[in-house]
Design a binder for this molecule. Structure first.
Ligand SMILES: Cc1ncc(COP(=O)(O)O)c(C=O)c1O
Length: 469
């Protein structure tokens, strides 16, 4: 239907032509598109970098807390939460109502004008996280980029230290400090980045791996310390395969950095806001970084990013800088509602409690299927199970197969890791024990259905096409 047909001629002239189609109907009936039609549109109009999970992906059209529903009415329990974002549940009524009210009241002004929500959110975060200053932006990449620039301004040095197999974003500078090669998109990364080995190696004692990493840190600081502004680190490497920084590692790294006047930036974009058992995983792992970055779960699905710092560091961001959407009233009100919900429902405690039981369940899978599950890792409701660490190509093919079969049984599981062979479990924290038990039962059946011949066949097939950040 073309509503410009027969419309006011002056309006037609302004539009220049009668070819602008009416889009409302198409949006309202989006569920009418089949998965193949959505794939065809994406293949035609998205950039070729865009990939998706599954050989037979569903089109997801609605969500409610830990459940999502596809265009054919099939319901799935979500164990990935849109990569750690929807921690407080899909379309959580308590949060969605606050967002909707703000959408109807005032949507946008920028920080040039005074509004209440962003000021209240800054105050709330300062109190909760113990960082007095906050800068709002729109995404994780932007938060990390801002934090890196802040570190450069504060130290008047250019270089950075980062860990191998890390992921920090999609902008030019954040891809430069990203260790995972598949996410280093910019062909001309910033040359002043020093990568040190992450404190993990399959089969190695965590303290030994920590020592190797710290030795490399010390050497890098000795050789280049006077040119380095900050070290950026994820307390748990999410995309790197759910690698938790070993006990004491972050505190020892911080002490070394301090002795060279180098800042520590904790990238809490995936770990932040309750998932690991505390609001910030860095606190849980025993360190107070100079700058923390956050995004994802803070907005519960509404885009928001932020970095926070101590007074003295924040003082260095003293030239005009503003983000058009940063601190937008809709995202700020949503984030306040997210924080209210985390607090009132005690989601941090819930993540710790459910996560401990969940992890035991995954460990059980490892004992049942030692030829498939190599290692179970993570903290709280940020867990991973690596498949076939001895042969990651087979592990990756198995991971894709497990994801597909779990989806067919009604469970959305994620994947990550250097070789994309780690099952990732980051469900909405509102998930309950029965959901976890049902998922583990399905996982048991799926893993139990994989025999050695099948592993060989998968090896011959190679990895599937689905990928996602
Ligand atoms: C640890 C970490 N940092 C940064 C980012 C980038 O965040 P965004 O995609 O919001 O730009 C991600 C995204 O997955 C992430 O996991």
């Amino acid at each position: 239907m073309d509503v410009t047909q027969g419309a006011n001629p002056a309006k037609e002239t302004l539009m220049g032509a009668q070819t602008v189609p009416y889009r409302g109907e198409a949006h309202a009936s989006a569920a009418a598109l089949t998965p193949d039609e959505v794939i065809a549109l994406r293949r035609t109009h998205f950039f070729p970098c865009t990939q998706h999970f599954y050989q037979r992906p569903p089109v997801l059209i609605s969500g409610s807390m830990q459940k999502v529903t596809d265009g054919e009415g099939r319901e799935y329990t979500d164990f990935f939460a849109g990569v750690s974002v929807v921690a407080t549940g899909h379309c959580n009524p308590a949060i969605a109502e606050a967002t909707a009210q703000q959408v109807r009241k005032l949507q946008h002004t920028t920080t040039i004008y005074l509004t209440e929500p962003s000021a209240l959110l800054a105050q709330r975060l300062a109190k909760l996280l113990d960082y007095p200053r906050v800068f709002f932006c729109n995404s994780g990449s932007e938060a990390n980029e801002g934090a890196l620039v802040l570190a450069r301004r504060h130290t008047k040095r250019k270089g950075f230290i980062s860990l191998t197999q890390s992921l920090h974003g999609r902008t030019s500078l954040t891809t430069s400090v990203t260790g995972l090669s598949m996410w280093r998109t910019d062909p001309f990364p910033d040359p002043d980045v020093y990568f040190i080995p992450r404190p993990y190696e399959y089969g190695m004692d965590p303290q030994q791996a920590a020592q190797i990493s710290l030795d490399a840190l010390e050497q890098t600081l000795r050789e280049h310390g006077d040119r380095i502004a900050a070290m950026i680190v994820e307390p748990i490497q999410g995309n790197g395969g759910m690698i938790v920084m070993p006990d004491g590692y972050l505190a020892r790294a911080k002490a070394l950095l301090e002795s060279y006047g180098v800042l520590m930036i904790a990238d809490e974009i995936q770990t932040g806001f309750g998932r690991t058992g505390q609001l910030l995983a860095s606190v849980q792992l025993g360190v107070k970084p100079d700058i923390v970055t956050m995004a994802k779960a803070l907005g519960g699905g509404i885009p928001i990013g932020a970095f926070a710092a101590a007074e003295e560091v924040a003082a260095s961001l003293n030239v005009p800088s503003a983000s058009t959407f940063g601190g937008n009233p809709v995202s700020a009100v949503t984030a306040l509602a997210v924080l209210d919900y985390i607090e009132s429902e005690q989601l941090t405690e819930r993540a710790a409690r459910l996560g401990a039981a969940f992890k035991l369940g995954l460990e059980r899978m490892k004992t049942y299927y030692p030829q498939i599950v190599s290692e179970v890792r993570g903290m709280g409701l940020m867990l991973g199970a690596e498949l076939r660490a001895d042969d990651p190509a087979v592990g990756a093919a198995l991971t894709d197969r497990v994801l597909e079969e779990m989806k067919d049984r009604g469970f959305l599981v994620g994947k990550n890791g250097v070789f994309r062979n780690v099952l990732a479990f980051q469900p909405p924290i509102v998930i309950d024990t029965a959901d976890i038990e049902n998922m583990l039962e399905a996982l048991d059946a799926v893993l139990g259905g994989i025999d050695q011949d099948r592993i060989k066949a998968l090896d011959a097939e190679g990895a599937g096409e689905g990928e996602a950040q």
